[in-house]
Design a protein around this ligand. Structure first.
Ligand code: HEM
Length: 412
């Protein structure tokens, strides 16, 4: 049962979402929420769950889903006509699998799932190594790991898979970043404006690329999807654009944050970094621990389709649930001594990739990228140390995505 008198959950959430201290260390605040108010009706109009089992339930149980999401324009006090006139291209983003329930979700996910199986990803590994090494070649002395490695690598990998030329990727990077703001919690109208303009630029680039591939197909994922679209009944043109945009965007800042937050965690725990350097067979458990310790995505959520009762709290059909993945990852009911960082930890998988039918499609790819990056970093540099002096690296001003602005280190 929720003990709301003992802890002001909304005040804690405001600290976690909005203050630099809360962003850099949300975990004690999450613990207070998780232990005292496992189900909490926020004054902001949603229901918050923080325990591992409850997050699993919300993300897996078919009584929960994405829903229609309600008319988004109402959130901003606009009419539908005003919304559509202002943001004509945002429709494409909402037609991706990420925002849909079955059967549309099932159809769209099936079309690309085979490109992301563990086996396909294993075959990509030499390419990931090559792309990582190219970036490491440019790293000397004091460098910002975010801009030198963590941002460009995931984009290079998915760019190669999709068939988006290297020259285009760099140009698209800031636009993909701006468009990803639509994944944020309650984006302001200014952010929606910026995301919408970024969206227009990306769609324009993609349309040119699609026309080229249509005329002259190659063996990339884009050509494959165009082929499916041409069959007529599996993939509309809007869905083709939505899928490519999702794949291009979804793995980008998330994997960036795995690399950035992960390296920060290792630098904060030099004994564990040394242990991993000396025993690379720990790399597999280490990547899971990095994902668990400071999750690249902190928040997920669903709408509930039926009335439910959770820990004695009645929630009506149509209400929105927020799942605190970062809190679930430190739940002592699932993880022994959850606040101990241990690269050899064995136990349940962290919730960083979500759960249920929307479980991250790119999980195997992200894990492989993490594995290669940390392995090659340790192979290449015998010294990796903090270079941020007295000012600790700060987190970006985002709520759903959780990652560093920059991470200055010295390598040698
Ligand atoms: C460490 C890196 C990553 C993290 C933490 C992460 C996290 C997540 C999470 C939490 C979800 C579930 C969203 C929901 O429940 O609504 C998700 C979905 C998804 N992710 Fe990832 N992701 C990562 C990397 C990637 C990569 C590399 C790709 C591939 C390009 C990718 C593609 C996707 C797609 C397509 C979905 C939607 C799946 C669906 O709706 O069925 N992700 N990701």
């Amino acid at each position: 049962m929720t003990d709301t008198t003992a802890v002001d959950v909304d005040a804690l959430l405001a600290e976690i979402f909005l203050t630099p201290e809360g962003k850099s260390d949300p975990y004690p605040r999450y613990a207070a929420i998780r232990e005292r108010a496992p189900v909490f009706r926020s004054g902001l109009g949603f229901v918050v769950v923080a325990r591992y089992d409850d997050c699993q339930l919300v993300l897996r149980d078919p009584r929960f889903g994405k829903g229609e999401g309600g008319p988004i324009w109402e959130t901003y006090g606009l009419t539908e006509a005003e919304w559509r006139a202002r943001f004509p291209d945002l429709e494409a983003q909402s037609r991706s699998m990420l925002g849909l329930d079955p059967p549309d979700h099932t159809r769209l996910r099936r079309l690309v799932a085979k490109a992301f199986t563990p086996r396909t990803v294993e075959n990509l590994r030499p390419k990931i190594v090559r792309l990582t090494d190219e970036l490491l070649d440019e790293m000397h002395g004091a460098v910002d790991v975010i801009s030198a490695l963590a941002l460009p690598l995931p984009m290079a990998v998915i760019g190669e898979m999709l068939g988006i030329p290297a020259s285009e990727r760099a140009a698209l990077q800031p636009h993909v970043r701006a468009a990803a703001q639509m994944l944020e919690f309650d984006p302001s109208l200014e952010l929606v404006d910026a995301a919408s303009s970024a969206n227009d630029v990306i769609v324009e680039h993609l349309e040119v690329l699609i026309a080229e591939r249509r005329a002259e197909p190659t063996d990339d994922l884009l050509s494959e999807l165009i082929h499916v679209e041409e069959q007529g009944d599996q993939l509309s043109h809007t869905e083709l654009i939505a899928t490519v945009m999702l794949l291009f965007g979804a793995g980008f800042e998330t994997t960036t944050n795995l690399i950035g937050n992960g390296l920060l965690a290792l630098l904060d725990h030099p004994d564990e970094l040394r242990r991993l350097r000396d025993d690379r067979s720990l790399m597999k458990t280490a990547i899971e621990e990095l994902l668990r310790w400071d999750s690249p995505v902190q928040i997920d959520g669903r709408m509930v389709f039926e009335d439910v009762d959770l820990h004695g709290e009645s929630v009506a059909a149509g209400e929105q649930f927020v799942t605190l993945l970062g809190a679930a990852n430190r739940d002592p009911r699932m993880f022994d001594e959850p606040d101990r960082f241990d690269v050899g930890r064995v136990g349940p998988a962290p919730m960083s990739f979500g759960a249920g039918i929307h479980f991250c499609l790119g999980a195997a790819l992200a894990r492989a990228e993490g594995h290669v990056v940390f392995d090659r970093l340790l192979d290449r540099f015998s010294i990796i140390e903090p270079a941020w002096g007295d000012t600790r690296p700060v987190y970006r001003d985002t709520i759903v995505l959780h990652g560093l602005e920059s991470l200055p280190v010295r390598v040698g």
